[in-house]
Design a protein around this ligand. Structure first.
Ligand SMILES: *Cc1c(COP(=O)(O)O)cnc(C)c1O
Length: 851
């Protein structure tokens, strides 16, 4: 290709509204509808045309329209209100300011690495829930004032745009993203040149420039390989999200992980906490390992301990096949040159992530091994992850495998309809939006009158139905369908009909087809003359996912069937904009994953923000959210032995629920208001919004992990990483000598039964060999007995009885008062150091033999 430079010729922004540009370049606008309202009021049509992208809007808008706005008193009033809100947001004291962490001269910073960020509809840097979660996480980090930066990749063609053709088939289009029209700016070096970082890929160096996006107070840095310093092929490396082959994937992940660390360093940014959001980003630890070994002179073992001090890994995938695994041949090809720099042999490097079952290098295992803290994204998913990785912790009870959970959330203001926001402003007090996770705030939802809540909902529903019809008309016009077919859309979908929405990625485990297993039953439901139901579907299937695409075709076929025409609808190109419309306007949000495949799910949380009722399989977050009154539960809360029996069970459960509960409840109306339904809506808002907000979520991350990781970073890195080195030595020593640890005798005063409140005393004789007593903990462990041991385990420490040596063994004693019930109990020894992040940081344990 030939070279060219670009230049933007832009309309002049009148001084009196000059800060519109600043608003346009801060994603703060994306959760402040007053701010977006400013742009919309200048030219509503253009606002839609640029898909709500204010930067593009300011590039395209007519200068005269800006002048008109600047001369309009009403506009100026709105403008100054928005600017005041913005300044207040950027400058006011935050939650983090009220913590004490930044005292003692520590400049803490959390770096959050993710392959996708879903922040706004105009920026296709996301494919689904993972990206949306990352976006909402960043927005909330800003709200709370956390010292926080994001790191990701900027995809020239983003994720694909979905078109549905006349046959009802999905066509994927990758649209060229003009970065100059996005709310991002290039990072430059001291000399004013574009900052460029490089990573080594087989036989070459690949370069990337760095873009900064401002999200409130938080910056996200995006790497972009589409620069002339790279070969044409390498310029495509950041072409698509989840595109290309295995080589593309590993190269992207090297760029994200290793390039991301280098970019931060080049900008003089030195995080003290590292958050790996899903395995894609795990190569960040390879770069950090290299830094610590090569630049700080640590041994690889000590360097790993230093990493573990302040790294958190969040896993999102409950299916083994969903974790990236690279062949050992590829690992050699991409990392062979690094082994020496890392001070490791090939075998040692592979051992960092060796997945025996899949015979390869597993990104999840890499991340697990290098992170002191790990978590899943719902209570259920935490359990699934502990089972999935339990083999890495032999001898340790499943529930004590050190993978915790932080249930996902949604950024409330991003997903809340403006009309609903006004209602909350009116009834919840002026401070509600800065106390979202406080349950007491939401008790006031009871004060919203039935009719008012219902009317706001119906208003949003009508808006959504117009949007859906508009999309369908556009699709049919583009597909050159007949005038009749196009006009027909006007009669589709009625606002007084119970409307059920289903929109999500069309991964097969989400079972978009569950409803369609019996079309006659669907017919009876949809075409009930007194109590009809209508369905709106949307969703993309990954271009390589054929079964997912077949499902889309199936639903479009059904939508075209005479019986369902205008009552079962599929709209194309599910994205943030479509998602917002649907989950602000449907009556019921349907979710039918095959349990336990949905790690968390978040769209249902966003629906609840708007008083929309969830009807969901008890998977992901829903077992924690559902309370019997705030929505509906499909199926059972257990796992099935095979897919077919699971599907059949859930299918019947879903229809029975719809026919016997949901439809009658919705149509039980007096004077146009379904009072009992509205009560459920209020219950949903009250019980779901505070707990499933990202405010609660990020506070939980801070409390469980970030603040502790900051503390650990300080301890581990002091004195040239002395503690990291010592901990490594200690672990080596314990591993080599653990075989000496034996419990040679356990005696108790307990008979087979005791009375409630009686104390059971325990005496254990423990041999430690050369292991110092301060490096172990001896404890009673008791819990409910089940086929694989004990569960709901509680522990009570035993103390050494220094006076009483027993044949070379140490004597430990203690006592416990058991609660009522039947328990199993035993004694165990585990390694201990005050520097362990958790109990089983070193997965060794010695259990008492039969006693
Ligand atoms: C919230 C959201 C998702 C994730 O929702 P799930 O419940 O996981 O399906 C995916 N895509 C978009 C556009 C969203 O807004």
């Amino acid at each position: 290709m030939y070279a060219f430079r670009t230049i933007s010729v832009i309309p002049r922004l009148p001084d009196s509204i000059g800060r519109l540009r600043e608003l346009a370049y801060n994603l703060w606008f994306s959760w402040n509808d007053k701010a977006t309202g400013l742009f919309r009021s200048i030219n509503a049509e253009l606002w839609e045309e640029v898909y709500h992208n204010p930067v593009q809007f300011l590039l395209r808008v007519d200068e005269s329209e800006l002048k008109t706005a600047a001369g309009n008193e009403q506009f100026l009033k709105q403008y100054s209100e928005v600017i005041a809100d913005f300044d207040h947001y950027m400058q006011s004291k935050t939650w983090y300011d009220r913590q004490n962490c930044q005292n003692n001269g520590n400049n803490h910073l959390i770096a959050y690495f993710s392959a996708e960020f879903g922040l706004h509809e105009a920026h296709p840097t996301y494919s689904g829930g993972l990206g949306l979660l990352a976006g909402d996480h960043c927005k909330t980090a800003s709200d709370l004032g956390l010292p926080f930066v994001g790191v990701g990749l900027l995809y020239k063609h983003g994720y694909f745009t979905q078109r549905i053709n006349r046959e009802g088939r999905q066509k994927a289009h990758y649209q060229y993203q003009n970065f100059d029209e996005m709310p991002i700016t290039l990072v430059t070096d001291e000399g004013g040149h574009d900052l460029v970082v490089a990573v080594e890929l087989p036989g070459r160096r690949v370069h990337a420039r760095v873009w900064r996006m401002q999200v409130g107070r938080v910056s996200i840095f995006f790497l972009d390989a589409n620069i002339t310093a790279n070969s044409l092929e390498d310029r495509e490396l950041t072409g698509q999200l989840y595109g290309g082959n295995r080589d593309t994937r590993i190269s992207q992940e090297i760029l994200l992980g290793m390039g991301g660390v280098r970019a931060l360093r080049a900008m003089g940014i030195h995080p003290t906490v590292w958050h790996i959001n899903e395995g894609h980003a795990a190569f960040l630890m390879v770069e950090r390992l290299r830094e610590l070994v090569e630049e700080e002179g640590l041994s690889p073992g000590s360097a790993l301990e230093a990493l573990r001090a302040d790294t958190l890994f969040t896993t999102h995938t409950p299916v083994p096949a969903g974790h990236d695994v690279f062949s050992l041949e590829m690992v050699d090809r991409y990392f062979g040159h690094l082994y020496k720099q890392l001070g490791m042999s090939r075998e040692q490097f592979n051992a960092l992530a060796h997945d025996r079952e899949r015979n390869g290098f597993n990104m999840t295992m890499l991340a697990l091994g290098a992170s002191g803290f790990c978590n899943g994204v719902s209570r259920l998913h935490g359990g699934v992850s502990r089972t999935m990785f339990g083999h890495l912790y032999p001898g340790i009870p499943g529930e004590e495998v050190p993978i915790g959970h932080v249930t996902n959330g949604a950024h409330t203001l991003t997903w809340l309809a403006p009309e609903m926001r006004s209602l909350f402003d009116k009834y919840l007090g002026s401070q509600w939006s800065s106390n979202i996770s406080r349950a007491a705030v939401w008790d006031k939802v009871n004060n919203i009158p039935d009719r008012e809540l219902w009317e706001v909902h119906v208003g949003r529903k009508e808006k959504m139905l117009r949007f859906v019809r508009g999309r369908l008309v556009k699709q049919r016009m583009r597909n050159q369908e007949t005038v009749n077919r196009i006009n027909e859309v006007g009669s589709y979908l009625r606002p007084d009909v119970l409307t059920i929405g289903f929109a999500r990625r069309f991964a097969t485990y989400k079972r978009a087809g569950l409803l369609f297993r019996d079309r006659d039953r669907l017919d009876a439901l949809v075409n009930n003359p007194k109590r009809p139901v209508q369905f709106i579907f949307a969703g993309k299937a990954h271009p390589a996912d054929k079964p997912g695409q077949e499902l889309i075709k199936l639903i479009n076929d059904i939508a075209g069937d005479d019986r369902f025409q205008g009552k079962v609808i599929f709209i194309e190109d599910y994205d943030i904009n479509v998602s917002r419309y649907l989950l602000q306007g449907v009556d019921v949000w349907l979710n039918t994953p095959r349990r336990p495949m949905e790690a968390s799910g978040t769209s249902g949380m966003k629906a609840a923000v708007n008083g929309v009722l969830n009807c969901s399989v008890l998977d992901g977050w829903w077992p924690e959210g559902y309370n019997g009154q705030n929505g509906f539960a499909v199926g059972a809360d257990w796992d099935f032995p095979d897919e077919e029996s699971n599907d059949r069970y859930d299918f019947h459960s879903l229809y029975t629920l719809l026919e016997e509960v949901i439809v009658p409840a919705y149509y039980d109306q007096a004077a146009g208001v379904p009072r009992k339904w509205v009560r459920r809506m209020r219950e949903a808002v009250k019980t779901i919004v505070p707990r499933f907000s990202t405010e609660r979520m990020v506070l939980e991350y801070a409390d469980k992990y970030y603040l502790r990781a900051m503390e650990r970073n300080k301890i581990f890195s002091a004195d040239a990483y002395r503690v990291a080195g010592e901990l490594y030595e200690l672990k080596q020593f314990l591993r080599e000598n653990w075989h000496h640890v034996k419990i040679t005798g356990v005696t108790t005063n307990g008979a087979e039964s005791m009375h409630l409140g009686e104390e059971m005393s325990v005496r254990a004789v423990v041999e430690l060999g050369p292991i110092p007593r301060e490096n172990v903990r001896v404890e009673i462990a008791y819990g409910e007995a089940y086929e694989r041991g004990l569960r709901h385990i509680e522990t009570v420490p035993l103390a050494i009885d220094a006076g009483a040596g027993d044949n070379g063994g140490h004597v430990y004693t203690g006592s416990v008062v058991l609660p009522q019930g039947i328990f199993g109990y035993t004694v165990r020894v585990r390694p201990y150091s005050p520097h362990f992040a958790h109990k089983f940081e070193l997965p060794l344990v010695c259990w008492a033999p039969v006693f």
